[in-house]
Design a protein around this ligand. Sequence first.
Ligand code: AMP
Length: 376
Amino acid sequence: MSEVILPPAMIGIIGGGQLGRMMAIAARQMGYRIGVLEPGPNGPLAQIADLEINAAYDDEHALRQLLDASAVTTYEFENISAETVADLAAHGNLPQGPRPVAITQHRLLEKNAINEAGFETAPYANVPTADSLDSAVAQIGYPAILKTVTGGYDGKGQRVLSAAEDLLQARELVSDSPCILEGFVPFDKEISVIVTRSVTGEIQTFEPVENVHKNGILHLSMVPAVISAEVVAKAEAVARGLMEKLDFIGTLAIEMFVVGDDIVINELAPRPHNSGHLTIDAHNVSQFEQHIRAISGLPLVAPQRIAPSVMVNLLGQHVDYALEQWQKPEYGWGKLHLYGKAENKRDRKVGHLTFVNSDADLLSDTITNFLADFPD
Ligand code: AMP
């Protein structure tokens, strides 16, 4: 059995954005100390860390410094090279290893891995160069979505292809960067399952979260998802099965499309995820605490929802409006989370607001009213 890491040991986090910050808040509450490696000073996580190392994500010397100072080290994002993670895992305690990063930072490898594990994705074709676009379209048909194999997030690096007239723009995208072409899934709902697998092999899933996107960026997340008990059970079984088959450790998000009674996997994030932020206020354990428990060898908590909940994402352009509304009693019970970013940039995630209430009608009315004048 692996050694349990107890507070006040130091937990190292590679990447200093909001996900790292919320991991750190959960860890500090339990008494752990936090080290962070992040290129720029005083980011969202560094503001609450004990040890801040400012260096590039591929600075081997600085990464080892973090690892040496920490009893266990994790990462808050998938944009670190898998080779770097492999080197670090060989050198110190980084129990997640390179596999989650290697697979999820490459859409083609990710789709292959999911299918090989026996789970369904959208139909897809490899489009390594502009020359291969026509044969991919012949195979997949319209409508389809062309996505860059690496580097895309929040709907960036994607083009929807509805007809032949969209091919010109699509060719530009694939000329810049290798792509895959995905068949468009006519989904009824988008859900995600936050799942955690510990270094001991224990797995726990949160109930599925229902997600609404706007302009390719997550807008709302809700529990309970309005889906049948059968789909809930399927989604949780898919999440567990994937974690076992892919041998992943830590908290991951699995984004899924619900099509009738079927589950189609969209993508994986090898870390806590925006759609799981409501677990901080709506459940007896958060996705972040669960992640810290998983990498520290502590038993996981069986998640229970306290009450129905809706999370509203706050992008840069939403902050002034949200702060104005939140001062009013009808919205003041919303749990405000601002990430301490230096600027409120347009279309960048700078915070969220989570409403939790056992009165589902009050919850729904509050969200409707709150969003009535929400800026675009
Ligand atoms: P992604 O960055 O791959 O998660 O895509 C962002 C959003 O685009 C998803 O949340 C969906 O709303 C939509 N989307 C992506 N891929 C597909 C697909 N194959 N079929 C239908 N909608 C999709």
